[in-house]
Design a protein around this ligand. Sequence first.
Ligand SMILES: Nc1ncnc2c1ncn2[C@@H]1O[C@H](COP(=O)(O)OP(=O)(O)OP(=O)(O)O)[C@@H](O)[C@H]1O
Ligand SMILES: [Mg+2]
Length: 261
Amino acid sequence: MKIAIAGKGGVGKTTVAGTLARLYAAEGRPVLAIDADPSTNLGSAIGISPQQVMAIQPIAQMDDLIEERTGARPGSQAPFFKLNPRVDDLPETLSIEHEGVRLMVMGTVQRGGSGCVCPENIMLRSLVTHLLLHRQDVVILDMVAGIEHLGRATASSVDALIAIVEPGRRSIQMARRIRELAADIGIQRLYIVGNKVRTAQDEAFIVEQTGDLDLLGIIHHHDEILQADRQGRAIYDLGGEAVEEVRAIKEKLDSLLGGEE
Ligand SMILES: Nc1ncnc2c1ncn2[C@@H]1O[C@H](COP(=O)(O)OP(=O)(O)OP(=O)(O)O)[C@@H](O)[C@H]1O
Ligand SMILES: [Mg+2]
């Protein structure tokens, strides 16, 4: 099962991605969590210690590896490099395992942006494509705001794209934009999760504004989520209401996807 999580900056993508990863792993399923967010904090949301998280080198910065696989060193202006580097061994060698979740941190391409045809981008794209097309795991992709990283080739293997919204117009507009982008590349299933809901009015606002979209569930604003964030801990490890709300969302998703692998 492949789940991609998107939404406006700061809405809670990483929090939800990390908690979903832990919930699937707790069922004994192999889980691969992909941090494709430049702020690279999915590790903490999974429960990896701050020291270990700090020590992770994002794949986009592994110049030696990129050179070995593509034939060109990042920044070298090499005229030729491989467009299909070998990546199938990387999930095993470059991931960090924690409580049954394997984490891969992609990092960001500094030069030329995410669209540039450069060795580091080819490497990341090949890897994401491989993970989505060829892995049997539950794959959870924590994305940057939009979904520009997902190409047509991989879109069909994304079982569900979840757009997180908060009770504010801008995040809902962003979710609509994500839906358009998703439709363009052929992702059929877009679901909405409402997060940081404090009042009944907040919830009513989300329900009303997302009327034509599929709302998977609501997560309330919880002080313990903020606390966990400050302490660099996973909300899954704190337990409580917040985890139960994410669990309910996961169960709804599982039932909608009908236990697809
Ligand atoms: N339901 C919630 N209640 C309280 N705080 C929350 C909730 N969800 C997320 N937060 C807090 O909001 C902040 C942003 O959350 P998170 O990092 O998960 O968002 P994001 O969408 O991944 O952000 P970015 O776009 O920067 O990657 C964090 O400090 C997190 O602890
Ligand atoms: Mg994030």
